[in-house]
Design a protein around this ligand. Sequence first.
Ligand code: GDP
Ligand code: MG
Length: 360
Amino acid sequence: FEGMTILELAKRTGASIGSLQEIMKNVGEKVDSEFDPISVDVAELVAMEVGVNVRRLHSDEGAVLQPRAPVVTVMGHVDHGKTSLLDALRQTSVAAKEAGGITQHLGAFVVDMPSGASITFLDTPGHAAFSAMRARGAAVTDIVVLVVAADDGVMPQTLEAISHAKAASVPIVVAINKCDKPSADPQRVRIQLGSEGLPLEDLGGDVQVVEVSATSKIGLDKLEEALLLQAEMMDLKARIDGPAQAYVVEARLDRGRGPLATAIVKSGTLLCGQHIVVGAAWGRIRTIRDMVGRATESGRPAMPVEIEGLKGLPMAGDDVTVVGSEERARMLSAGRKKKLEKDRLHKASEMTIDIPDASE
Ligand code: GDP
Ligand code: MG
């Protein structure tokens, strides 16, 4: 996106060069020739003014890449044990042990393996969260853990989860849960999944299957190993240096500390003191906390961090963009709010509602 010019922006948005230059003047930018490069922030501001949605493309071409942890989402049919499995996995984390089993609820947690490797789990199971994030362009999840109860077998939401993962091209690792139950029939689950077109490892495919029990804590280490193996095959890497790009997984308002956003860093390093725009909100990072609430100087790729210092409440799926100054942050935030309001009004203008007329 770097190297964008007014000329290029005119081509892409269909707006005239003159009108774009006028907008640049209005947002307080010096208007040079239409061939001169403009910054990505200014390009976004101008594009939003003419009603065009902007997605920032991040290229790490030429950057030094380092291995990073996989980010995992748990999906599956209701009552098949998603929440129980996440609870059990959370308890295997070193941080949880250090903190006496108490971790604050951040929307994500990290399991550190004895080998030094780690896995980041998103704490919101379910398809709604996954789809909402994806619809907003946030490709956060690297691997889906598909939880299937060994007694119940494949159910409608199991199939839904498979199609969500497939649509997003996210590989699946199957966890057949509740294997402690006398009525468990994991073999039947394998056959069902196979006939639904999931190429299971046992049947010559590449989808790993692990038998677990969330409540009896059986097979959790096997599941973690399977996830690391899957991650290894994917060769997940990220740029460590330079400005961070991150996604919000959860946001809430704390009465004392103000808006708090949990974000997962995709690339680069997030630093205290930086000015950021998060969706339509903006702020300056006052504190970064890790999953046990320790204040830390920075957030690195695949690390869930809690960000304090925002002026507004962002939404899950919003992207975190580091900008150069408070003025830039304010401006982009204002531009995005205006665009959101415009879109809302546009949608409303296409809507018709029925109102009973009581005067008759
Ligand atoms: P979710 O709706 O997928 O999040 O499912 P939950 O984690 O809430 O679990 C639904 C029910 O199944 C709860 O009563 C759990 O205690 C039970 N459950 C979950 N995992 C297991 C398991 O491994 N074995 C047994 N026997 N019960 C389980
Ligand atoms: Mg649940």
